[in-house]
Design a protein around this ligand. Structure first.
Ligand SMILES: [Mn+2]
Length: 327
């Protein structure tokens, strides 16, 4: 059966986009703090495109250490940690809420490009499509009728797409995901070299910290919930950086009995929590703690509860909300 899942945008949305571009002499492209490949790939793709079109454009992210495995993407070295342009048009990528930007953009007009259902629609123009598998799919489908997509942009959008779909393995992958990938490949992307650059250049620290996280794994509620804890000591002993933790929680979810996987990363003064499920809604739980995300992949950061209490509270909520079956 063929489902047409191609994203739809109105002529008015494209008109407003071009109008906003025309009204500003400079553009600043941003993405969420602790960016993943979708955040970086989407923002780089738009950056390279607008640059080629002759716009005065800068790209920034408030995070000091960007994911190193994305350094093969064209323009990666251009990502700054600060905004230099005054009164520029802001384009946010893969960012669900303003507080996830890490920059003060008050008073500026914003184009919000995202696919998080929890997105707070903070933009002047909101191009938010929860049905998209990646923010890069939103950006690509929106921009491709308006501009020629340069090879560097195609590669950045493609890297974002394969990362957010965990290499085409997530439940939301459809014929359209492959169609977008196919169109990007037709624009010059080499899938093999992108996959190799993203998957086969891991740091030793990322494997060492994975080992520690797996050792910490505990099962609850009849094996349906897996919890992993990464302590500050784990980070120090392994030398792992924040982006070395990417994907670790997926190992816990992969267990045959597990419906919900939780990873708690202890930071100075706060705890960062990643939630993953095989279908159950964990976004609700993240939102209860002030976070957000997607139905099966969400997260939050909290400084109110110590780790043990936090885990107990999460397990209670998972039971109460009927996220997993209990006897
Ligand atoms: Mn994303």
């Amino acid at each position: 059966m063929k489902h047409d899942k191609k994203l739809h945008f109105s002529p008015k949305e494209r008109e407003q986009f071009l109008q906003l571009l025309g009204d500003h002499s400079a553009v600043t492209i941003l993405s969420h703090i602790h960016p993943d490949a979708d955040a970086i790939g989407t923002s780089l793709g738009i950056y390279l495109l607008l640059k080629k079109e002759g716009y005065r454009v800068e790209i920034a992210n408030a995070t000091r250490e960007l994911p190193r495995h994305l350094d093969f993407l064209e323009g990666f070295g251009r990502i700054k940690q600060k905004i230099d342009y005054d009164n520029s048009l802001i384009i946010t990528c893969d960012c669900g809420s303003l507080d996830r930007l890490g920059f003060d953009v008050e008073g500026r007009r914003i184009i919000n490009i995202d696919h998080h259902p929890s997105n707070t629609r903070f933009g002047t123009l909101n191009l938010v499509r929860p049905e998209a598998v990646s923010s890069s799919e939103v950006a690509y489908r929106f921009l491709e009728p308006l501009f020629e997509i340069p090879g560097g942009s195609a590669e950045a959008f493609y890297a974002a797409l394969i990362s957010d779909t965990r290499y085409f393995t997530t439940a939301n992958v459809s014929e359209e995901s492959f169609e977008v990938a196919r169109e990007l490949i037709a624009r010059g992307v080499e899938p093999g070299s992108v996959a190799q650059a993203m998957l086969q250049r891991r740091s030793l620290a990322s494997l060492r910290v994975l080992g520690r996280a797996l050792e910490s794994l505990q099962l609850y509620l009849g094996g349906q919930v897996a919890v992993m804890i990464v302590t500050r000591e784990d980070l120090e002993a392994t030398g792992a950086r924040y982006d070395d933790l990417d994907g670790i929680v997926d190992y816990a979810r992969s267990l045959v009995t597990v419906e919900v996987a939780i990873m708690v990363v202890e930071r100075s003064g706060s705890r960062k929590v990643s939630l993953r499920s095989k279908g159950a809604d964990v976004m609700r739980i993240a939102q209860a703690f002030g976070g957000g995300g997607h139905t099966v992949a969400a997260g939050f950061e909290t400084d109110t509860l110590p780790t043990r209490e936090l885990i107990e509270r999460l397990l209670e909520m998972i039971k109460e909300e009927g996220v997993v079956t209990t006897q």
